[in-house]
Design a binder for this molecule. Structure first.
Ligand code: 2AM
Length: 181
């Protein structure tokens, strides 16, 4: 199973992402768009995990999240990977949130045996908007499609499975691990 851990958006945050995507369609069209229902903030991408390993993975996630506080997230601004000169992924970033970074950092070593590979670059929390933009004018996006500081509470870490089907990829929640409140 192809797995990753992520935090969901609130309804209000998803609604704002939808508005931002409409603006992005006019200012910087992408070849591929992230569906609104698929939007999330990834913490760890695990890749293929054997089904037999899932119960132990779930117990690690349960153990750590039980001791980790819930936190607030807030949209920040547009961003691009690998950089803004030659963007391939257009995304919306969130304001720096120590509790999110702490949760990501705490879990990282425990998840390495399940396929999580620590990147050589720092973790950049982001929500993917679209891929393969037809242009690179991120400055125009910033100016013409302003990001509002929508704030929402991350109550849980979710273990997701990527499911490939006729309608494209869909993310199925395997289990939600509540954070402490
Ligand atoms: P992305 O949105 O920036 O592409 C499910 O594929 C999630 O895992 C996505 O949010 C994706 O981030 C993330 N991810 C991280 N590394 C990945 C990789 N090597 N392949 C696919 N997805 C990856």
């Amino acid at each position: 199973m192809r797995l990753f851990t992520a935090v969901d958006l609130s309804r209000e945050a998803a609604r704002h992402m939808e508005e931002l995507q409409k603006g992005c369609r006019t200012v910087l069209p992408c070849q591929r768009w992230q569906k609104i229902e698929n939007m999330h903030l990834t913490l760890h991408f695990l890749g293929e995990v054997e089904e037999s390993e899932i119960p132990s993975l779930q117990s690690i996630l349960r153990e750590v999240t039980r001791q980790s506080p819930a936190f607030f997230l807030e949209f920040n601004d547009w961003g691009a990977f690998p950089n803004e000169t030659r963007p391939r992924v257009i995304w919306i970033g969130v304001k720096e949130q120590p509790a999110l970074l702490e949760l990501q950092r705490t879990l990282a070593p425990a998840l390495q045996s399940y396929g999580y590979a620590e990147a050589d670059k720092p973790y950049v929390p982001h929500i993917t908007m679209g891929r393969n933009p037809k242009g690179n004018d991120i400055a125009a996006l910033r100016q013409q499609v302003p990001v509002q500081a929508v704030r929402w509470k991350a109550n849980a870490l979710v273990l997701y499975q990527s499911v490939f089907g006729a309608g494209g990829v869909r993310y199925r929640a395997v289990e939600r691990f509540p954070l402490t409140t």
